[in-house]
Ligand binder design. Structure first.
Ligand SMILES: [Zn+2]
Length: 245
């Protein structure tokens, strides 16, 4: 039996049998994996805390026939500030769900793990507007997963997009006023285009300097939601909770 040491964050957890769990974690060296944790739901289990969603840990694991099994764990960060605040918990749960939805099993993407961790630290800190953090996370997460929408140049004629455009979900980007087609269902004004250009390049910690209009952010959020669902072919159940807060 060979042991492997990974750093990883728990994306989700399901119960198995009387007292076991299967957890899905995103790791630094193996990507997204499922892992059995024996006895994790027993009162005295040493793994109770380290197998909860959001927990970022060092895990020592070994591979069985189908799944990995947990041998040892130590907690790096448990994001208590997120777990204890309902508003942050809803956003954080969406970030975990989206990374799960965008990631294939065993497909390693260190950048998306780093993005997720940085986003959760900022969410925990409360220093960034949650809606803006989510919009930026969406853009960066889909881009790192290979679905980056084209927002700087027209998807058809390559003309620079500056003050007006038409976002096409199925064609994955913005068409200029000359090239707009029936598939281009969202009209973007200059504010929306400028906000898209900013969040594409910005470092997350600099988001606190960004100003935006609520209706512009709401429009872009709707576009990203449609785009993400189109690309990943699944619904995100935590989104219905975000709408209610
Ligand atoms: Zn064009």
């Amino acid at each position: 039996m060979s042991l492997t040491k990974v750093q990883g964050i728990v994306l989700k957890s399901i119960n198995l049998g009387e007292s076991d769990k299967i957890i899905t974690i995103y790791t630094d060296i193996l990507g997204k994996i499922d892992m059995v944790v024996h006895g994790a739901r027993k009162q005295k289990s040493k793994f109770m805390a380290s197998t909860q969603p959001f927990c970022y840990c060092e895990y020592v694991i070994f591979k069985g026939k189908n799944l990995y099994t947990l041998s040892e764990s130590s907690i790096n960060e448990s994001f208590q500030g997120i777990l204890l605040d309902f508003g942050k918990l809803i956003y954080g749960s969406y970030f975990l769900e989206l990374v799960d939805g965008l990631s294939e099993k065993d497909n390693k993407n260190v950048s998306i793990l780093a993005l997720l961790l940085k986003t959760l630290y900022l969410l925990d800190s409360g220093n960034i507007d949650n809606k803006l953090l989510r919009l930026t996370f969406d853009f960066k997460a889909i881009s790192l997963s290979g679905y980056m929408p084209q927002v700087n140049y027209c998807i058809k004629c390559r003309r620079k997009i500056q003050d007006k455009g038409f976002f096409s979900i199925s064609e994955g980007g913005i068409a200029c006023t000359e090239c707009k087609s029936l598939k281009s269902s969202y009209i973007l004004n200059e504010e929306a285009i400028q906000l898209l250009h900013k969040i594409k390049l910005i470092k997350l910690e600099d988001l606190r300097n960004i100003k935006y209009e609520d209706k512009v952010l709401a429009l872009l959020q709707n576009i990203f939601l449609s785009y993400i669902q189109y690309q990943t072919g699944r619904e995100y159940k935590t989104l219905s909770l975000i709408k209610n807060i």
